[in-house]
Design a protein around this ligand. Structure first.
Ligand SMILES: [Zn+2]
Ligand SMILES: [Zn+2]
Length: 393
């Protein structure tokens, strides 16, 4: 149906204006105060029932259609990154050290465009919950909203999200069925020894030496505790201890990240990290405390909801432009927690050539706004329709 895309194109200029304004005013983590106000004011200006302060700075707009008691959640993230922007664009960040380097300005503008279309046309049946989430970039924004009763206050039969993908041609989209991205967490291991003069090591317990052995042993987890055909990553990315050439310090810390597709394997990894750390430290006469914080759930696209999302995307674009062959990635995205709470699906939107995500010269491609907005609208229309009536073609 080309008519939906044409209808969305009428909102293209407005979406670009919103996007450039958000781009010029990036905000980090859960502190998206201005962005949330821009979103909430826009929704209220459309006469949409608007809830501010969901999980801190989250915003939810609720649109109620005719008939059907089905409901859907459409989610966009709003936060920026601690990167100094180097695009030189006229609407570049006005906040030194912060930029929209992941395109969440585009995601927010797309969902606001969809909100305006839906508010104007009212051509959907059940309830559409427009979910604007802060803190996607490692600030636990999705769980903040869920803990604040997101899905109890705004019940959703399904929830859908999307992300732009540089390198995927404009006008193309892709996704996969089942697990498409890893879950994982970050860890800190504190090895406690006993300080001494660097020339008298026998009088202390060296936590640096013990920590080095722990780092080496952590690599045995993937090699010896994970089935060979499963994918797990354990990376020790930081090791700190000591401050002088001639002092054996009291303690040393090891930090890192682990990623996995299977929650049970993730628990095995956590247990092995803690057991290796404490066992090896003990062998050296030291002690080790492990703190593992789960940051992301494995990202599971529900097959049925994915099929619906793919059908919606194919009704907007050429059917061949929508691929379901996406390879699972060990990157993570906290929309996985929403998919854990409510079934749903997630799709990548072509952002054309250009710099990769999180690059100081990256910029969301404005030409992709209409594609994302149209997909949100089509999902609202199809996911709220009574099941026997669903037919996105
Ligand atoms: Zn990002
Ligand atoms: Zn992102």
């Amino acid at each position: 149906m080309k008519s939906l895309l044409d209808g969305i194109r009428a909102l293209d200029t407005e979406m670009r204006t919103i996007r450039h304004d958000l781009h010029a005013h990036p905000e980090l983590g859960l502190e998206t105060h201005r962005t949330s106000a821009v979103v909430a004011d826009f929704l209220e200006g459309l006469g949409i029932e608007t809830h501010r302060g969901v999980g801190g700075t989250g915003v939810v707009g609720v649109l109620r259609g005719r008939r059907s008691n089905r409901s859907v959640g459409l989610r966009a993230d709003m936060d920026a990154l601690a990167i100094a922007e180097a695009t030189g664009l006229p609407y570049a960040s006005r906040t030194p050290g912060l930029m929209h380097g992941c395109g969440h300005d585009g995601h927010t503008a797309m969902l606001l465009g969809a909100a305006k279309y839906l508010a104007q046309h009212r051509d959907f049946e059940g309830t559409v919950n427009l979910i604007f989430q802060p803190g996607e970039e490692g600030y636990d924004g999705a769980r903040e909203m869920i803990r604040d009763g997101l899905f109890e206050r705004f019940p959703c039969d399904a929830v859908f999200g999307m992300h732009n993908e540089p390198g995927l041609p404009l006008g193309q989209m892709r996704t996969g069925f089942g697990t498409i991205a890893a879950g994982g967490g970050n860890f800190d291991i504190t090895v406690q020894g006993r300080g001494a003069h660097g020339a008298e090591p026998d009088r202390g317990i060296d936590p640096v030496l013990a920590a080095c052995h722990v780092v080496t042993a952590l690599q045995s987890i993937v090699a010896r505790n994970v089935p060979p055909l499963a994918s797990v990553v354990v990376s020790a990315t930081r090791i700190e201890g000591g401050s002088a050439y001639n002092v054996i310090p009291e303690s040393a810390t090891i930090s890192g990240t682990a990623r996995y597709f299977d929650v049970a394997l993730g628990e095995t990894v956590q247990a092995r990290i803690a057991a290796l750390a404490s066992g090896i430290a003990e062998g050296f006469g030291a002690t080790a405390e492990t703190d593992f914080r789960v940051m992301f759930a494995p990202h599971v696209n529900d097959p049925e909801k994915t099929a619906l999302m793919v059908a919606c995307a194919r009704s907007i674009l050429d059917p061949e432009a929508v691929s379901t062959e996406m390879e699972p990635s060990l990157g993570s995205e906290d929309f996985s927690f929403m998919l854990e709470a409510v079934t749903g699906a997630y799709m990548m939107i072509g952002n054309g050539s250009g710099h990769p995500l999180h690059h100081p010269e990256y910029d969301f491609c404005d030409d992709a706004l209409v594609h994302g907005a149209a997909l949100y609208v089509r999902l609202a229309q199809e996911a709220t329709r009574a099941p026997e009536e669903q037919d996105p073609t």
